[in-house]
Design a binder for this molecule. Structure first.
Ligand code: NAD
Length: 374
């Protein structure tokens, strides 16, 4: 299929899709800006050995739209964008590749702001920062916020509390059984928060080194088989690994009351959200639950303070409660309610802007000003 046909098929009225190539630096990347109605498009750069350019394009289109929805429900003045670099993060990373990529980000003049994602770290953000100010998640030494995952995990922790309040009527998590799938950046921080709250935590990872590292820190964890964790009985199942974990094979076998975790795109398809509702399992829509990392980089744009970022992630509780309330009052699945809340804010702010179009010059002098005044 040709590029425009692919964008037509997998995109969602994206504003801009930029193909970035620098032969000398070995860079092949795509930046997708989905929507900037609320502010500049912010989303991380994923580096992945995509099997084809088509796979990379489809991924960046899907992920950038997700960022628009995430920022909208989180109440942030940010639009949705994302970038992908085609390559193996274990083998292909070089300084020149990321500086070349930074130059492309810079050429967009702030319409797109990048950050870390799967396959990229603070180190690469530092290289990008050498070429552009339009990057977040840079090391603290440069005034940045560094790794966003503790904040993502704290937001997920808040989301679990909101879900437990909604489904079980409890104000704390003490004594509950919560199974965490994936012990990477988000999962391991989440485990720490849960242990601190007196939860019986079950854990699994396909990487046994990750399991060993966490069980060395917390002695009372129950280690589960990575093949079984999805269907092991518990109060809350917290997916913190890859997407599409709720699918045709797993959905009817779930033995939990709540699904709430940090992974992106947990539902293989939207209909699996409806299936959860029919089974009486409360689903915390992923892009609402895992917005803590985005809140953290937003604080970086304002002028970073770790305390303020942690404080902001507490808002995930309230955001999720709004979703649950709408789902109940309008008889919707929670994933549908979350989409509607995101779309309503987008549409209201867009019409506000178009109302005075031509008269609202927005002369931003700094990145901070651009975000705060968007
Ligand atoms: P990560 O790569 O550090 O961790 C993922 C972990 O999952 C790895 O340890 C991996 O071995 C494990 N895993 C993979 N497949 C598994 C399986 N089938 N069963 C058990 N474990 C498995 O990634 P991360 O940064 O912790 O992100 C986790 C998820 O959260 C991803 O979906 C990511 O997109 C999403 N997310 C992350 C952030 C963030 O701040 N890092 C923000 C928002 C969303």
């Amino acid at each position: 299929m040709h590029t425009f046909e692919l964008i037509e098929k997998h995109g969602d009225n994206h504003e801009q899709v930029v193909f970035c190539r620098n032969k000398e630096a070995g860079l092949r990347a795509i930046i997708a800006i989905h929507n900037t109605a609320l502010g500049p498009a912010l989303g991380g750069t994923r580096m992945w050995p995509y099997k084809s350019e088509e796979d990379a394009l489809v991924d960046v289109l899907r992920l950038s739209k997700g960022m628009t929805y995430k920022a909208s429900v989180a109440g942030l003045n940010l639009g949705g964008g994302k970038a992908v670099i085609i390559g193996d993060p274990k083998r292909d990373k070089t300084e020149e590749m990321f500086r070349a990529f930074g130059a492309f980000v810079n050429s967009l003049g702030g319409a797109y702001i990048t950050a870390e994602d799967v396959g990229t770290t603070e180190k690469e953000m530092e290289y990008i920062f050498m070429e552009t100010p339009f990057v977040t998640g840079i090391p603290a030494a440069f005034g940045g916020s560094g790794d966003p995952s503790p904040y993502t995990a704290h937001g997920v922790f808040m989301a679990i509390k909101a879900s437990v309040k909604e489904k079980l009527g409890a104000d704390n998590l003490q004594g509950l059984r919560i199974n965490v799938q994936g012990l990477g950046n988000v999962g391991r921080h989440l485990v720490e928060f849960l242990v601190g709250e007196g939860v019986h935590v079950g854990v699994a990872d396909i990487d046994q080194d990750k399991v060993k590292a966490i069980t060395a820190r917390f002695k009372d964890l129950k280690v589960l088989d990575a093949n079984d964790i999805v269907t092991t009985e518990c109060d809350v199942f917290a997916p913190c690994a890859l997407g599409a974990v709720i699918n045709d094979q797993t959905v009817s076998k779930l033995k939990c009351k709540i699904v709430c975790g940090g992974a992106n795109n947990q539902l293989a398809e939207a209909r699996h959200g409806d299936a959860l509702r029919e089974l009486g399992i409360l689903y915390a829509p992923d892009f609402v639950a895992n917005a803590g990392g985005l809140m953290n980089v937003f604080v970086e744009l304002e002028g970073y303070s770790s305390d303020r970022a942690f404080d902001k992630t507490k808002k995930v509780y309230e955001n999720l409660m709004r979703v649950f309330t709408m789902a109940k009052t309008e008889g919707l699945s929670t994933h549908v309610a979350a989409d509607r809340i995101a779309e309503a804010r987008l549409s209201k702010i867009s019409s506000l802007r178009s109302h005075l179009q031509g008269r609202t010059a927005r002369p931003y002098s700094t990145l901070k000003e651009m975000v705060l005044r968007s």
